[in-house]
Design a protein around this ligand. Structure first.
Ligand SMILES: [Zn+2]
Length: 460
């Protein structure tokens, strides 16, 4: 069990009372003079999102008051661990489901990326978990998210294509999964020319990672991840500020691995395949150039309008491969465009799909699990923006508008129309620390997809 959880009651836990902000004055009127006077003297405000720590007559912490909007949701109580002194706590007044959500938020809030920075001493607050809470489910979700965070937060120097492959190997070994790596020039021999073209400019060889798990008779779900371990933009170089966070450009691959780990640990009855195109988009004497026309696995030729639109080029081969064994669904995650984030901001992934029913279900579930995603249409008339005069398609749009959509329309060209396909354009990064969500790498849309798949399995 995580060090910040316990099921022991040797030491009586300190009670935390989440209080709905709207009900605060009624609740307050009902308290003892001691507690009322203490909270007033400490300047406790229901609007502050700060804990109220109330001592007993001996000066020991006796209970904690915490104002919330409501009791449901992952983040409502996620501000607690950062504000509590060391000790063992239990939450009062919650249903089992609310307790589980709060426990997930608690664990996600305690995450720290410690590889390069020794955490300051100080024991984390420990949450007591009653027997009714499904501890495995809570911890599996926390582990999946924290794996995504760790992989994204690791700088490109230590998270190149081979390191990403090692991360996949570790998961594969843990679950006894078949995993294949096609590396460097082997990509050309095995007909992955687009992945090779983008990655060949780096000293760190590009590679395709392909793993399969589960009973072949179960529904076949294939996850595809963009694994651009660092994106300079290639010769159409990014600006300094545009390049600053580009260690996160493998966030889609990280999320595919995190979700795979979650699915396999939970033993969802699906046949899972994970395909990752892992490259570094660098400049060198061997890097691909603007104006180059490169072949793809699917057979379409791509004119490179801009070497910074490399993610879709890498994904073109990954998606073509994903279609070959005719899965029941393909889901890709990619930190693909800035335009997606201009539209919906950093927190909300744009969702595109060739199947509106699947998209609607995903959006509905995303709202229920505090992991909002939002559908943008695949509006076919904009396909002409990525026409090329010299090749089948351009990786660069001729229009300044609808950049996330033209990227999705590009990917759509590499997917069989018969196969339901969902594409998530994600940020993969918390721009600032909020309750439960520290600044840095973050899973986005992963919970929505997990619960969608879990639900789908129940219906089969
Ligand atoms: Zn790029």
């Amino acid at each position: 069990m995580k060090p910040y959880f316990t099921t022991e009651t040797i030491i009586a836990p300190i009670d935390i009372y989440p209080i709905k902000k709207a009900d605060f004055s009624v609740w307050f009127a009902d308290q003892t003079d001691h507690d009322k006077n203490w909270l007033t003297a400490m300047g406790f405000s229901v609007d502050s999102n700060k804990v109220g720590l109330i001592p007993n007559q001996h000066g020991k912490l006796a209970k904690v008051i915490y104002p919330v909007e409501h009791f449901d949701g992952l983040w409502q109580l996620a501000g607690l661990p950062a504000q509590l002194p060391a000790g063992i706590y239990q939450l009062q007044g919650l249903t089992t489901q609310q307790y589980e959500l709060a426990a997930c938020g608690w664990g996600l809030a305690i995450y720290k990326f410690t590889r390069y920075k020794t955490p300051k001493n100080g024991q984390a607050a420990v949450l007591y978990l009653p027997k009714t809470v499904n501890i495995d489910a809570v911890e599996t979700q926390i582990d999946a998210t924290n794996l995504v965070r760790d992989l994204i937060n690791t700088p490109a120097e230590h998270m190149g294509p081979a390191d990403l492959a090692t991360a996949a190997d570790i998961i594969a070994k843990q679950f006894g999964v078949d995993i294949k790596h096609i590396i460097g020039d082997e990509l050309l021999k095995n007909n992955f020319p687009a992945i090779h073209a983008v990655g060949r400019g780096s000293k760190k060889a590009p590679q395709l990672i392909d793993m399969t798990w589960g009973d072949p008779t179960h529904p076949k779900i294939t996850l595809v991840g963009k694994g651009v371990c660092f994106d300079t933009g290639g010769y159409d170089l990014k600006t300094a500020s545009g390049m600053r966070l580009m260690k996160k450009d493998m966030g889609g691959a990280a999320q595919a691995l995190g979700l795979a780990q979650w699915i396999m640990t939970s033993k969802l009855p699906i046949r899972l395949r994970v395909i990752i195109g892992a490259v570094e988009n660098m400049v060198s004497g061997d890097a691909y150039r603007p104006g180059d026309i490169i072949p793809t696995r699917k057979g379409l030729n791509i004119e490179i309008g801009n070497t910074d639109a490399e993610g879709r080029v890498v994904l073109s081969d990954c998606l073509a491969l994903a279609c070959e064994d005719k899965p029941d669904m393909i889901i890709d995650f990619a930190t693909l465009t800035g335009a997606g984030k201009i539209g919906l901001g950093p927190d909300i992934p744009s969702l595109f799909s060739n199947n509106d029913e699947v998209a609607k279900q995903l959006v509905t579930i995303s709202m229920q699990c505090d992991d909002l995603v939002w559908q943008i249409p695949l509006y076919k008339p904009y396909r002409e923006y990525i026409d090329s005069s010299f090749a089948d398609i351009s990786n660069d749009s001729s229009s300044p508008y609808a950049g996330a959509m033209t990227a999705a329309l590009f990917l759509n060209e590499f997917v069989d129309t018969q196969i339901p396909w969902v594409h998530f354009d994600i940020m993969g990064w918390n721009m600032k620390t909020r309750a439960g969500r520290p600044e840095g790498g973050e899973a986005m849309g992963m919970r929505a997809v997990y619960y969608y798949l879990q639900n789908k399995c129940k219906l089969v």
